[in-house]
Design a protein around this ligand. Structure first.
Ligand code: PMP
Length: 399
């Protein structure tokens, strides 16, 4: 039996013993189901944090839970020095889903990005990486070198050499930066952490063409946009793109820590021992991922994300007109939705929480919604009303 402590006790324990690298909200979350979370006092919240993108199929989806329970009884760990039934079947399912022939399996988004960067250098024999301003790719040293935000980077200099950041959505700038030394260009279809900023289709198609022309590999980071989030299974499918390397993670395994780097034909043959990880392709994660992918397909969740994204945009797209003093822009693709404020987002997040809604920031001024794709339209309507109420309160405070 787990000892039951109060909400305040759990907070105090974490404050005393956690690393200190996270700024946390005063909320202890103990249970989830679908698009709802409950705190230690039994209060229910509508969840627009969505496990920071890891909960696309909803919390505790029964099919994912059943797959984890069944596999946990059979075999949890099995390194890739052996073959494994769950891994074989997941690799088949995942590569079919992505339309890319091979995949490296790992445990997180940063690891999937590290793999993509290493494979690009290995396959091309080149040393330079081109990334985008405001891009986010993770916090391990290689992924961090591709990440733009100075406050994440500066304490850890020197980073990996030969990374160049170019303005996002500016093809001429990319054309000037991609050279015969460029191993890869890495970009997001919608910059998630960087403020919910969609790339244009022309920009992405142009980047892909430049990569082909100059012998570089094209890495599309779908860690946040993958598995239905933007209204397609993978966001690059909106624009008919063919990435050479595609890191994915977050919702791949229904919330269990898991990731993958999909590998395209242009990468060629990789060799044993150039990369690897103990837990990569572990049977428990593979079983969960097989179940999560089945749920995404059976419940038609990418199409649901597209329809609900349209609903939210119809409902909140005119916030900049209605709340001119507080809202600069509303942007998004599917259920990756951002509201850029004129002021700080922190007090808005706090006010939403007091109304029973959990949401995310993206930088200092953007309110980001990443609900599970199973969320109901009625709950999204409640979210929209709560956002309007908070903006009304801000306006009233100033009057
Ligand atoms: N790439 C992108 C686009 C991301 O959004 C994130 C996480 N927010 C990462 C990489 C890193 O993933 P992880 O936190 O699992 O390491």
């Amino acid at each position: 039996m787990t000892e039951v402590l109060s909400h305040v006790d759990y907070m105090a324990l974490e404050e005393a013993h956690s690393s200190g690298v996270y700024a946390k909200r005063a909320l202890t979350v103990v249970r989830g189901e679908g698009a709802y979370l409950w705190d230690a006092d039994g209060r229910r919240y509508i969840d627009c944090v969505g496990g920071q993108g890891a909960a696309n199929v909803g919390h505790a989806h029964p099919k994912v839970v059943a797959a984890i329970q069944a596999q946990a009884r059979v075999l949890i760990s099995c390194p890739e020095l052996f073959y494994n039934d769950q891994r074989a079947l997941l690799l088949q399912k995942l590569t079919q889903l992505a339309g890319m022939p091979r995949a490296f399996l790992c445990n997180s988004g940063a690891e999937a990005v590290e793999a993509a960067l290493k494979f690009a250098k290995f396959a091309t024999g080149r040393t330079h990486i081109v990334a985008a301003m405001r891009g986010f790719h993770g916090r391990t040293m290689g992924a961090l070198s591709a990440t733009w935000e100075p406050k994440y980077r500066e304490p850890f200099a020197p980073l990996v050499p030969n990374y160049t950041h170019v303005p996002f959505n500016d093809l001429a700038a990319a054309a000037a930066a991609i050279s015969e030394q460029t191993a890869a260009v890495i970009v997001e279809v919608v910059q998630g952490e960087g403020g919910v900023r969609p790339a244009s289709g022309d920009y992405l198609r142009g980047l892909q063409a430049l990569c082909h022309e100059r012998g570089a590999l094209f890495i599309i980071d779908e860690v946040q946009t993958g598995f239905g989030r933007t209204g397609r299974m993978f966001a690059h499918q909106h624009y008919d793109l063919s990435p050479d390397l595609m890191p994915v993670a977050k919702s791949i395994a229904g919330g269990l820590p898991f990731g993958a780097c999909l590998i395209g034909e242009r990468v060629g043959q990789l060799q044993p021992a150039i990369h690897g990880t103990t837990f990569g392709g572990n049977p428990l994660g593979c079983a969960a991922a097989r179940a999560a992918i089945d749920v995404l397909i059976e419940e038609n969740l990418p199409a649901r994300a597209a329809a609900l994204g349209d609903f939210l945009m119809a409902r909140l797209g005119d916030l900049p007109q209605r709340f001119r003093a507080h809202v600069r822009e509303v942007r998004g693709l599917g259920l990756l939705f951002g509201i850029e404020l004129r002021g700080k987002v922190a007090p808005v997040l706090k006010a939403l929480q007091s109304k029973g809604i959990l949401a995310l920031p993206a930088g200092l001024t953007v309110l980001r919604l990443l609900p599970p794709l199973v969320i109901s339209q009625a709950d999204l309507e409640q979210v929209a009303q709560a956002i309007e109420a908070v903006l009304d309160e801000l306006s009233a405070d100033e009057a």
